[in-house]
Design a binder for this molecule. Structure first.
Ligand code: GTP
Length: 597
């Protein structure tokens, strides 16, 4: 196709502002699918995504649009995830396009993720077309939101496209704006092949599918290609596009997007951001790739039933096939037995993986407290990266510890400002900026990530009654006065409950955890002390009183079936107990204790 007739674009938006609905309408309008074939939200493949309404994997669709100028344009739509945990996936989708539609809910206005995504699009040199969605809602305030876009983002919003993705109002206006206002791609068909790997995933039938954007040259069926980063060579056995159905084509030229397969079994062989070139005529250098996504939050995942360990290993392996940013390795804990230490891009990523394991693989899991990656500067000059509080070296060998800090943007109605400022201060935050735009406050804070992974987001939502939006990026490492807090039950340390905390927070967190455990651990025939300690120093303590009555005593005289039921229930409970010295701790106690908040 003639380059001037191609437009590559992505849709960026805050969660729930209508990105997927608009994508569906664009697909429908261009007649790529019959309306009756439309499932709700075509671009979201996974069930969990559909239920949670979060787009995880970037996807692309080719549309043919007959524009009012009489020409037919090839529009390649890249879907992008909206959530902060997947910022990296956003950046790589953006690198494959020349422009973005910025969707803003006209009844809500600019939110934290709107901003974060716009900055990324500007970084990628995108032309941006603002789209005001949900104008059908009575609460829509087009003028206010236009002013906001101009004041907060600095984009000209005078010719923003006003639409309702839900009713289908003015979808053609969006398509015309794409053609008229977004640039066409550049590229040279005669030059040596350079195609960027935008994404890759494992498909049970086709093996690894590679999503590509061709910059120069052509990708052809049967072509022998080389992956420049790994040096591997392969023959392409499929070249195609998504409409969104997979459709075979014989070639992809400059400016085009599509997919290829080459009998590859392991997605780790197809590094996202790598350049594909032709074996016979190698490109001089690779395209600028992406920064790799690095897990920032770690936690232990243990099977509730030890017999499920192998099943858990298998399941993790399957998930990792489609998620190169998810990491895991075996870990053993005195408290929880054998399990895995897992690395995630953020808390949402953690939750999604955990949920998929429980739902798709029918696993019952115990998750330990999430932890960030600390840098330990040792007295002998070495630096250790620590992913697990259990690995904390002897304190006398540590010179100092550094922890990751983030820069967070929070947008909220100003009546909740007081509460949110207090929360940020409590979490050791440093205020960088505070501005007001149209009745809303925009707050910029530096915060230790360690204070955010606990329950920051939940607290923020409850303080602001759900009206605050939040986005962050990593800033770097800073020294902190951090200590390891251990929890002892009946004088036995419970490794799964130990955590790294700031010294100033240790007592509060210790007390909170001890109080909670006191209610969660059932009484035994003896008194059980529960303590939080830093080294040998106890900083908080609770005691569980001894148990007196036999639980069966109540049933004397009662009918036998009731008694049996009770015994069965106890047996069932037993399976889910963990033994610590003489104390049995139910699995539910771990789960509840680890859910800080
Ligand atoms: P994520 O995938 O979670 O990022 O959300 P999204 O931005 O893709 O939003 P989505 O398209 O799922 O829409 C969110 C909600 O807004 C859905 O309940 C839609 O039905 C609704 N919605 C989308 N567009 C409109 C619109 O124009 N008007 C109204 N009234 N509702 C809309």
């Amino acid at each position: 196709t003639d380059l001037s007739k191609i437009r590559n674009f992505s849709i960026i938006a805050h969660i729930d502002h209508g990105k997927s609905t608009l994508a569906d309408r664009l697909i429908e309008f261009c007649g790529a699918i019959e309306a009756r074939d439309m499932k709700a939200q075509l671009l979201d493949n996974m069930d969990i995504e559909r239920e949670r309404g979060i787009t995880i994997k970037a996807q692309t669709v080719r549309l043919n649009y007959n524009a009012k100028d009489g020409e037919t344009y090839q529009l390649n739509l890249m879907d992008t995830p909206g959530h902060v945990d997947f910022a990296y996936e956003v950046s790589r989708s953006l690198a494959a396009c020349e422009g973005s539609l910025l969707v803003v809910d006209a009844s809500q206005g600019v939110e934290a993720q709107t901003l974060a995504n716009v900055y990324q699009a500007l970084d990628a040199n995108h032309e941006i077309v603002p789209v005001l969605n949900k104008v059908d809602l009575p609460a829509a305030d087009v003028d206010r939101v236009k002013t906001q876009i101009e004041d907060v983002i600095g984009l000209d919003a005078s010719d923003a496209v006003e639409i309702s993705a839900k009713t289908g109002l003015n979808i053609e206006g969006v398509l015309e704006a794409i053609v008229a206002r977004l640039p066409s791609p550049k590229g040279d068909r005669e030059a040596p092949l350079q195609a960027l790997i935008v994404d890759s995933w494992y498909d049970a039938y086709l093996g690894v599918i590679i999503l590509v954007r061709v910059f120069n040259g052509e990708l052809k069926l049967g072509q022998k290609v080389r992956f420049m980063a790994t040096g591997a060579t392969r023959e392409l056995d499929r070249v195609g596009i998504f409409t969104p159905k997979k459709v075979a084509v014989d070639r992809l030229g400059p400016g085009e997007m599509g997919f290829v397969t080459a009998a590859i079994k392991d997605i780790r062989d197809t590094k996202v951001g790598d350049t594909i070139t032709e074996e016979r005529r190698l490109a001089e250098k690779p395209l600028a790739g992406f920064k790799p996504s690095i897990p920032v939050v770690f936690c232990g995942l243990f099977p509730a039933d030890a017999a499920d360990f192998e099943h858990l290993r298998d399941s993790l392996g399957k998930l990792a096939l489609n998620d190169a940013s998810f990491q895991y390795e075996t870990e053993s804990s005195a408290a929880l037995g054998f399990g895995f230490r897992c690395g995630f891009l953020g808390l949402l990523h953690l939750e999604i993986i955990q949920e998929r394991l429980e739902r798709e693989f029918d696993l019952d899991l115990i998750t330990t407290a999430p932890s960030v990656v600390y840098k330990m500067f040792m007295t002998d000059g070495t630096v250790l990266e620590m992913h697990n509080p259990a690995d904390m070296p002897d304190v006398v060998k540590i010179d100092h510890i550094e922890e990751p800090w983030i820069k967070a943007t929070i947008m909220l109605p100003d009546e909740y400002l007081g509460g949110v400022l207090a929360l940020c201060t409590e979490r050791r935050g440093i205020q960088v900026d505070l501005t007001y735009v149209g009745g809303r406050a925009m707050l910029v804070y530096e915060l230790p990530l360690n204070e955010v992974v606990f329950d920051f987001y939940d607290r923020l939502k409850s303080i602001s009654r759900g009206y605050a939006s939040f986005d962050y990026h990593l800033e770097g490492y800073r020294e902190g006065d951090l200590v390891k807090m251990s929890i002892l039950v009946n004088a036995e340390p419970v490794d799964a409950l130990s955590m790294i905390v700031h010294r100033s927070q240790a007592e509060y967190r210790g007390r909170q955890l001890c109080e909670r455990l006191k209610d969660l651990i059932p009484r035994h025939l003896f008194k059980i002390p529960i303590q939080a300690a830093i080294g040998a120093k106890v900083i908080a303590r609770e005691t569980i009183a001894a148990l007196r009555k036999d639980v069966l005593a109540k049933c004397y005289g009662g009918d036998i079936s009731r008694k049996r039921k009770l015994l069965d229930k106890q047996k069932e409970g037993k399976k889910r107990m963990r033994q610590f010295g003489e104390v049995e701790i139910p699995q539910s106690a771990f789960i509840a204790a680890l859910k800080m908040g």
